[in-house]
Design a protein around this ligand. Structure first.
Ligand code: ZN
Length: 198
């Protein structure tokens, strides 16, 4: 089932995600719906906050990205990243490598906004899969960037927070407009709920 993706201005995007325990069928269904939603929107990642749930769950799929390479080890074994996509991370913890590189990012919660963001080139991730098994990922390149972007979402951090102040200033009218549209939509939804519950 496709879910609707929250846009900038929705307060859930600023909420820190709760740790998931236990990992049950509700979480597995949610992850499946998030993967469907991400694919339908041509995204490479989607965090639970973006579909209205402040929990530590994110899905990724970088298999269609040909021009931005990724290297990856899963549980100590070198793997072809494409062979493990889509990737679901539950309760991820990220350790950043020292080397930083700039790169262009967009976000499904910010239509038509892109920006240059500095991120660690390589990361070490500990997480759980949907069976609750511990997984360990070492990755560099595009997947490392995508995971950092998604894990930021799980902590209520958005990519605009990591843009230079000059970049943010040049986007400010676009961001204000988006925020206004979202708030208008939220009011509308609340009114619709009130009308149906009367
Ligand atoms: Zn995003």
């Amino acid at each position: 089932m496709r879910l609707s993706i929250l846009q900038y201005g929705d307060p859930v995007l600023r909420a820190k995600g709760k740790r998931i325990d236990p990992i049950d069928d509700r979480i597995r269904d949610l992850a499946a719906n998030m993967i469907e939603t991400m694919h339908a929107a041509n995204g490479v990642g989607l965090a639970a906050q973006q579909i209205g749930e402040a929990i530590q769950l994110t899905v990724l799929d970088v298999s269609q990205v040909e021009d931005r390479p990724t290297t990856m080890k899963l549980n100590g074994q070198e793997v072809d990243p494409k062979s493990v996509m889509p990737l679901v991370l539950v309760n991820p913890q990220v350790e950043l490598g020292r080397e930083i590189e700039p790169g262009t990012e967009g976000c499904l919660s910010f239509p038509e906004v892109t920006g240059e963001i500095d991120r660690a080139k390589s990361i070490h991730v500990r997480a759980q899969d949907l069976d609750g098994a511990a997984i360990e990922i070492e990755t560099a390149g595009f997947l490392a960037r995508a995971i950092q972007h998604e894990v930021d979402h799980l902590n209520g951090i958005l990519f605009i927070d990591r843009m230079s102040s000059a970049a943010k200033t040049s986007l400010s009218s676009k961001l204000k407009k988006l925020q206004k549209e979202t708030q208008h939509g939220l009011k509308h939804r609340q009114r619709a709920v009130a009308e149906t519950t009367l």
